[in-house]
Design a protein around this ligand. Structure first.
Ligand code: B16
Ligand code: MG
Length: 228
């Protein structure tokens, strides 16, 4: 008889951080809101939605545009530092209780099945956050805001992640909560899984409200799906 060889290459499961693994968006919001108030700019939770998945520098530009505020590069640098210092004070208080529901179950399943686990985040603070959440050891590779030059929706962050674990894009699955992140995964030719609302993330291949809606048999199918 003949042995039919199937492609059993390890898959790479690439996780966004903020909004997927932990809800740090609330701390970004508090820190940005304090700065906005200081500058006399109204900044609401609705405005904050525009900052999801967006870099720190771009976030400041969006807030300044909301208030029609023009500033020198020096002032912008000072405000970026102020915001990040305040944000890091919140991060300092974080622990594993802030990991979003259902995430650990999927991470444990992937680890147990020896799949590659990768972080693909726009945040320059990703490593301290993963350390605070006590899950940094789950990750085979980390690509964050310090590594990439092109922000999502550019696929660079996810392509770098695939590269770090020697996986080709067709073997990668991305979990993302932002529209730009889903677009980046699609542009990278990876499977995109939206975590959040269908109306917002409709470009994703699959959408779940949160990780508690993901059945482990779904993950099992992704692992076993033959890639050509
Ligand atoms: P930092 P993600 C993103 O993280 C956040 O969604 C976004 O709101 C934030 O501005 C960005 O990180 C940069 O964060 O100021 O820590 O470098 O969703 O890509 O994990
Ligand atoms: Mg995110």
């Amino acid at each position: 008889f003949r042995i039919i060889k199937t492609d059993m290459a390890k898959k790479a499961f690439i996780f966004d951080l903020d909004g997927v693994i932990v809800d740090t968006a609330k701390y970004h919001f508090l820190a940005w809101q304090r700065l906005a108030a200081q500058l006399g700019i109204e900044f609401t939770p609705e405005h904050n939605e525009q900052l999801k998945g967006v870099s720190r520098v771009r976030s400041l530009e969006i807030i300044l545009a909301l208030g029609n505020v023009e500033a020198s590069q020096e002032e912008k640098n000072e405000w970026l530092l102020q915001k990040n210092t305040e944000y890091l004070a919140y991060v300092e208080e974080m622990d594993e209780s802030e990991i979003l529901p259902g995430v650990m179950q999927v991470l444990d399943y992937l680890k147990h099945h020896k799949q590659n686990i990768v972080l693909g985040s726009a945040s320059k603070n990703a490593k301290p956050i993963l350390e605070k959440a006590k899950i940094i050891h789950y990750f085979d590779a980390i690509v964050d805001g310090n590594d990439v030059s092109n922000a999502k929706p550019d696929p660079e962050v996810f392509l770098q992640g695939a590269n770090k674990v020697n996986d080709s894009a067709k073997n990668c699955i991305v979990f993302e909560d932002s529209v730009a992140g889903i677009q980046a995964a699609n542009l990278a030719n990876m499977i995109s899984i939206g975590i959040g609302e269908t109306e917002i993330l409709h470009e994703a291949d699959y959408i779940f409200n949160d990780f508690t809606f993901i059945d482990l048999s779904f993950i099992e199918n992704l692992i076993n799906e033959k890639c050509v």
